[in-house]
Design a protein around this ligand. Structure first.
Ligand code: NBG
Length: 868
């Protein structure tokens, strides 16, 4: 058939696409007596064909073989571990979908209020093991795979991590989804389906970091359901014409299609399977008609690839803002598609717009989704004819904003010219919001021009910038930080004026948490089983109420239990030692104290302090006689973490860590006394091996810089003690577990500004302030760890400005390390007691507690059990 195109329509606003599908939406019609009418065909036949959830070993093996034969088109003759993993995963996915369908159907029937977690990052890691745990089918699958000639552990290992996040912020989002489903909350996540996850890290022969792409979707991803029928149009660029009453018409520019991919999120030991909806970008038309008409075929094809570029790659920055146009487009694309979807769902309940906040709460994970605020305004005002004032009232009841950092370099600001170019209508709306807001400020504090300039959504200058944290603050019903100290700093520093304006009650704290399913039971089954035996509570109970760990306390006095506990730690250390031997060829002695620092490499996190401490230890050991050295407690220091590809200083530090490790490990005097390991390509899966094996872990950020930290919680939950500064959630951990069980050092937040001032205006040479540190720097400068000119910029950051206060904290850091050594060597039993007491007091740090706080105090949503 030949169709004709009306040239006048090209580039014009198209009517919004209608949602056609019904799986999560439409309900059966009912007869007068309330009886439901089966939609088509014979009900019995349909029902007979529907799948349940097989739980006998033979049903499970059948399901796996079915996928080998049909979905993968393979046979027993040519099935490797990857193929077997895929077949197993597909059979588990079938189970998840059964519960997923039921969950979504029941939400649609009852229309409970729902919450949506908007996050640009979901650092999920692997899924198979976790899905089996949550479904309660792990034992059955072990037996089933064994019968088919495979080892379940190997298949679990064949899965690639979904690395759709940078670090703590993305992993927190993943823990919250797990907890949301486990706590039976109607909670969905919305994110982007990046084709490339966080880069893979390799170490070059000279010791520096190399980045390689992570095309994680190359091997099929069984954990997603493509929804080619759930699509929305999203516009960029073009022209916005005001038409009065706060409204405008936005036309032209580029239109991109958002396509949904659904990732089922099973709760632990519940029927709830929630949804994580990830958007992929597709060109809206097969080709750009304008270019096609002009005969410019090449350009038409280019437009295609430009739409798809949108979801190509995750930006590899952690705690750092990068003002790239594509990043802004990613944010706008994801927010527009998610809101279209949310609004489509709200329309099913057929209520007036004023009731929108009674059905919908949206949590903004950091400022990345802030553009959703003007986007909701645009949809309500321009598309739904809601008056501006009503729309603003709805918007400010719907959104909630979590701040995750007070670091100035991480606070999002978009250049006004860029925003005007990419999102002309949104910029108009932001200006209108700003005007109304500043008028209210003026009414409260007349003629306080400085205040107006400070609080404006627009930062003056050349160019001007839009301050996203401020927009998120005024557009939300509540704002929270992620640990007590951090929330305090948010209120006292970056949002101080806003606290004065809105009052304190809008500014809350929700301390982060972690899921004990993945971060204890799954990664440390030995410990989890021992705990279950000791406290005499089934896992299905205590893994959902972590405060029950309290019952472990008395076992700290039970010498038989202490031995069992210590043995588990030892086995975990052996497991890690094996990994290090196989992958890096380095021998580490599991009798040593395992000291671990794993996190993004960042100056504020101060891996520098750790490394300088290691060199100090090395020099001290070198100065000893060999008999003295034999008495020293052996230590293995393990580093892991990626540096943003554009972060010169962080990459330089990796290079120095690697080369220092090489020097020390090659020194025969250090054999079995000090070993230093840099584990490349740190990931969620690696964390699952490293964390259970730690004796001590380091969380040593400059006071006031680490908003919370979440690996600190994971380490403590696995019986590793903390060596840390008085920062982030370390403080609350110490409050819970008792400060006797935490090794604290360093200056407090209050001192930081003064110290920085001193450094700048009254500098004192390192030689005077910390002779021990000066000796360490001298070794680097003399080339002990390789060409010193390479490392001079690093040494200079410490000698010159020392913004992160390494010189100020060095001596107390060395002292704290001595205390760690003493405690570990002098009384191993006492050490084990400390670790038991620590674990027993970690109840507060479950992400179940955190998500329930959001549910009850912010979103006002209720637990909703799925009946099966
Ligand atoms: C990070 C903080 C961490 C915190 C996580 C999760 C950002 C912007 N912030 O301290 O640095 O634990 O967020 O809240 O990535």
């Amino acid at each position: 058939m030949i169709t004709t195109i009306d040239p006048a329509k090209i580039g014009q606003a198209a009517p919004r696409r209608q949602h056609k599908r019904s799986a999560t939406g439409y309900l059966p019609a009912t007869l007068k007596d309330g009886k439901e009418i089966w939609p088509r065909g014979d009900e019995k036949t349909w029902k007979a064909g529907m799948r349940g959830i097989p739980n006998t070993v033979s049903d499970i093996t059948n399901a796996i073989v079915y996928h080998v034969q049909s979905t993968l088109a393979r046979q027993a003759y040519n099935l490797d571990n990857l193929g077997a993993y895929q077949a197993v995963a597909l059979s588990v996915r079938d189970d998840l979908i059964v519960k997923w369908n039921e969950t979504q159907m029941q939400y649609t029937r009852k229309q409970p209020k729902r919450a949506y977690y908007l996050s640009l990052e979901f650092l999920m890691g692997r899924t198979l093991d976790n899905a089996l745990l949550n479904l309660g089918l792990k034992q059955q699958y072990k037996a089933a795979t064994h019968k088919l000639g495979f080892n379940l552990e190997d298949l679990i290992d064949a899965e690639r991590d979904a690395a759709l996040g940078n670090g703590g912020l993305g992993r927190l989002a993943a823990c919250y989804l797990d907890s949301g489903a486990t706590m039976e909350l109607p909670l969905w996540g919305y994110g982007l389906r990046y084709h490339y996850g966080l880069f893979a890290q390799h170490i070059a022969p000279d010791g520096s970091q190399l980045e390689a792409p992570d095309p994680w979707l190359d091997t099929d991803n069984p954990w997603e359901i493509p929804r080619q029928d759930v699509t929305y149009d999203v516009r960029f660029y073009g022209h916005a014409e005001r038409i009065g009453n706060g409204k405008a018409v936005w036309t032209g520019g580029q239109e991109v299609l958002a396509v949904a991919y659904d990732v089922p999120i099973p709760g632990y030991s519940t029927n709830t399977v929630n949804n994580l909806r990830l958007w992929d970008a597709k060109p809206k038309r097969g080709f750009d008609l304008n270019s096609f008409n002009a005969g410019d075929y090449d350009r038409a094809i280019q437009e295609n690839s430009s739409a798809e570029t949108l979801t190509r790659v995750l930006y590899p920055n952690d705690n750092h803002m990068l003002g790239k146009e594509l990043r802004l487009k990613q944010q706008a694309f994801w927010c527009a598609a998610s809101l279209s979807d949310i609004i489509r769902r709200f329309k099913q309940v057929e209520k007036p717009w004023s009731e929108f906040p009674e059905y919908v709460s949206i949590q903004l994970n950091d400022t990345h989704p802030t553009i959703a605020i003007p986007e909701l305004m645009r949809m309500l005002v321009d598309e739904e004819d809601v008056p501006w004032g009503d729309a603003w009232a709805i918007t400010t009841k719907t959104f909630f904003y979590t701040n995750h950092t007070v670091l100035p370099e991480a606070l999002e600001k978009w250049p006004v010219p860029l925003m005007e170019h990419v999102l002309p209508r949104h910029l108009q709306i932001i200006y209108d919001i700003n005007m109304a807001f500043l008028q209210a400020v003026e009414r409260k504090w007349p003629n306080d021009r400085e205040r107006l300039a400070r609080m404006s959504l627009i930062q003056e200058g050349e160019p001007k910038y839009v301050r996203m944290a401020f927009l998120a603050t005024i557009g939300s019903a509540k704002v929270n930080g992620v640990a007590e100290l951090h929330s305090h700093l948010v209120r006292e520093t970056i949002l101080r004026d806003f606290v004065d304006f809105f009052g304190k009650s809008k500014f809350a704290n929700v301390t982060n948490g972690v899921t004990p399913r993945r971060w204890l039971d799954q990664c440390n089954p030995g410990l989890s089983n021992l705990i279950t035996d000791a406290i005499q509570k089934p896992k299905a109970v205590w893994l959902k109420d972590l405060t029950l760990l309290k019952a472990l306390e008395p076992f700290a006095e039970d010498s038989v239990f202490l031995k069992k506990w210590a043995l588990i730690k030892h086995n975990n250390k052996k497991h890690l030692a094996d990994y290090i031997k196989t992958h890096l060829g380095i021998t580490v002695n599991p009798q040593s104290l395992f000291d671990i620092q794993i996190k993004r490499i960042h100056e504020y996190k101060r891996q520098s302090l750790n490394l300088l401490g290691v060199i100090h230890r090395y020099l001290t050991l070198k100065a000893m006689t060999s008999t003295e050295r034999k008495k020293v407690n052996p230590r293995v220091v393990i580093f892991g973490g990626k540096a943003a590809p554009g972060y010169f200083m962080a990459k330089l530090l990796i290079r120095l860590i690697v080369n220092t490790a090489r020097t020390i490990n090659a020194d025969a005097d250090m054999k079995d006394i000090l070993t230093v390991v840099f584990v490349p390509d740190y990931s969620v899966s690696l964390a699952e091996i490293l964390i259970p094996a730690s004796d001590i872990s380091q969380h040593i950020s400059t006071a006031g810089t680490e908003a919370s930290g979440t690996s600190n919680m994971k380490f403590c939950l696995n019986g590793g003690l903390l060596l840390g500064t008085v920062d982030g959630a370390n403080i609350e951990i110490a409050e819970e577990v008792d400060s006797n069980n935490v090794f604290f050092f360093g200056h407090l937040t209050d001192a930081v500004e003064d110290l920085r001032h001193q450094h700048k205006y009254h500098p004192i040479p390192v030689e005077e302030r910390s002779p021990a540190l000066a000796a360490v720097l001298k070794e680097i400068e003399e080339g002990r760890f390789g060409d010193p000119t390479i490392y001079q910029p690093f040494v200079d950051t410490i000698r010159l400005s020392d913004y992160y206060l390494v010189t100020d904290d060095f001596d107390s850091y060395v002292e704290a390390n001595k205390m760690v050594d003493d405690a570990y060597v002098k009384d191993p039993e006492e050490w084990t007691k400390k670790t038991i007491l620590t674990v027993s007091r970690m109840g507060k740090f479950s992400s179940d507690r955190a998500i329930m706080t959001y549910a009850e105090e912010f979103w006002n949503i209720e637990q909703f059990a799925i009946k099966f």
